[in-house]
Design a protein. Structure first.
Length: 343
C-alpha cells in the first residue's frame, strides 16, 4: 500500500536526509518535497569551505535521490497559502513532515515569517484542502528550553520553556500556534524538539561543522595549525542527522498525537571534548593552537535531553559522536576536496 509523504524544507540539511530515509525504509513511499530554492540534485543550498575557499556543499552520495521515480520536488513558498493548498489537494499526503525553518543567525523578520507564519499557512492550507492525514510532524528545537537548562538536567518534554534568543522564541511560538490550530481542526500532530545536529554536509554556522572544516584544512596543509572557535566550556547534546531522519520517520508512524518528543542522544558532551575528538580523528598534534575568537551573548552553559519518550516508541541511535565526527571530517577530505579541485 502506497504511503505519501509531504516534506517541507526538502532541500535543507535535515530535509535531504529525511527524504532519503523515507525512500530507503518504505519501498512503497511516494515523496513530494517542497522548498523555496530551485531543484538541485547535487548540492545543498549552503556553501562550505575548503581551506580559505568557499565552495558549494556537495551532497553525500547517500542523498542522491533525483533519479528515484518515487520522489519529486516543487518550488513552493510557505507564504503562498493558495499554492500550498493546490499542492496538498493534488498530492493528498498521508504524512506531513514540516521541516522548513529559519536558522539561528537569520534576520528576525525571516525567522518569524518562516517559522511562525509559514507553519500557520501550512495548517490553514491543509484544512482548506480537506485532507485527512495520519500524522503531521513539526520540526522544532531543543533550544526552546533555553534558560530552563540552568535549573537542572536532563531536560524532559514537560520542562518549562524560557528561550534565550529570538530564534528559540520563533520556534516556541511556532509550537504554540500549531498546537492551537491542530487542536481546533482535530489534526494528529507531534512535535520533534531536535537538539544539536552533526553530520556530513552540515552548515558551518554549527559548531561541529566549523570545527570539522578547520580540522580538515589544517590536516591537508591549507591553513596554519590553529583553530578559531567559540566558548569551549559549554556542553550540548549532539545527535547525528541520520539518526534524526530515522527519528522523524518513526514519529510520523508512531508518535502520539498532541505530544512533543526530544530528538537527541541523551548524552552531554563538552565543546572542548568535541574539538579534542576532531583533532584526534584528524591526526593533529595536541599542541595545535586554539583561539577563542567569539562568544554568543545568549549562550546557555549546559543542555542535554531526557529521551525516554522517544525511546519508548522504539528509537535507538546508530551513530555515536566519534563516528559522526569521523564521517563529517571525511566528507571534507573526500567530497568537499573533490568539489574544490573541480572548481
Amino acid at each position: 500500500m502506497t504511503s505519501r509523504y509531504f516534506v517541507t524544507g526538502a532541500q535543507g540539511f535535515v530535509g535531504r536526509f529525511v527524504v532519503a530515509q523515507l525512500l530507503v525504509e518504505d519501498r512503497d513511499a511516494e515523496v513530494l518535497g517542497i522548498g523555496r530554492s530551485p531543484a538541485n540534485a547535487s548540492h545543498f543550498t549552503h556553501p562550505v569551505h575548503w581551506g580559505k575557499r568557499t565552495v558549494p556543499a556537495a551532497l553525500p552520495s547517500s542523498l542522491d535521490v533525483a533519479r528515484d521515480g518515487r520522489y519529486r520536488y516543487e518550488i513552493a513558498d510557505l507564504g503562498d497559502r493558495s499554492a500550498l493548498e493546490t499542492l496538498l489537494r493534488s498530492f493528498r499526503p498521508d504524512f506531513i513532515l514540516h521541516l522548513a525553518s529559519g536558522l539561528r543567525d537569520d534576520p528576525v523578520e525571516h525567522l518569524f515569517r518562516t517559522n511562525v507564519e509559514g507553519t500557520v499557512h501550512l495548517i490553514e492550507a491543509l484544512a482548506a484542502a480537506s485532507i485527512s492525514v495520519r500524522r503531521i510532524v513539526f520540526g522544532s528545537s531543543g533550544a526552546i528550553y533555553g534558560r530552563t537548562a540552568l535549573r537542572g538536567m536532563p531536560l524532559d518534554e514537560d520542562a518549562p520553556c524560557l528561550p534565550a534568543d529570538l530564534y528559540s522564541v520563533s520556534k516556541l511560538a511556532s509550537e504554540h500556534a500549531a498546537r492551537i490550530l491542530t487542536d481546533q481542526l482535530m489534526l494528529p500532530a507531534v512535535w520533534a524538539r531536535i537538539f544539536n545536529i552533526i553530520g556530513p554536509g552540515q552548515d558551518e554556522r554549527h559548531f561541529c561543522g566549523t570545527v570539522a572544516a578547520q580540522a580538515a584544512a589544517i590536516r591537508y596543509g591549507l591553513v596554519p595549525a590553529r583553530f578559531d572557535v567559540g566558548d569551549l566550556t559549554s556542553s550540548r547534546d549532539f545527535i547525528d542527522v541520520r539518526d534524526v531522519a530515522v527519528a522523524l520517520s518513526l514519529l510520523a508512524r508512531r508518535g502520539d498525537p498532541g505530544t512533543a518528543y526530544n530528538v537527541a542522544s541523551g548524552i552531554e558532551t563538552a565543546m572542548r571534548e568535541v574539538l579534542k575528538l576532531a583533532m584526534e580523528i584528524s591526526g593533529l598534534s595536541s599542541t595545535t593552537a586554539i583561539e577563542i575568537t567569539y562568544r554568543r551573548a545568549a549562550d546557555i552553559p549546559r543542555a542535554f535531553a531526557d529521551v525516554a519518550r522517544l525511546t519508548d516508541i522504539g528509537f535507538v541511535t546508530t551513530f555515536d559522536l566519534r563516528q559522526s565526527m569521523s564521517d563529517l571530517i571525511d566528507y571534507y577530505g573526500t567530497t568537499v576536496r573533490a568539489t574544490a579541485e573541480r572548481t
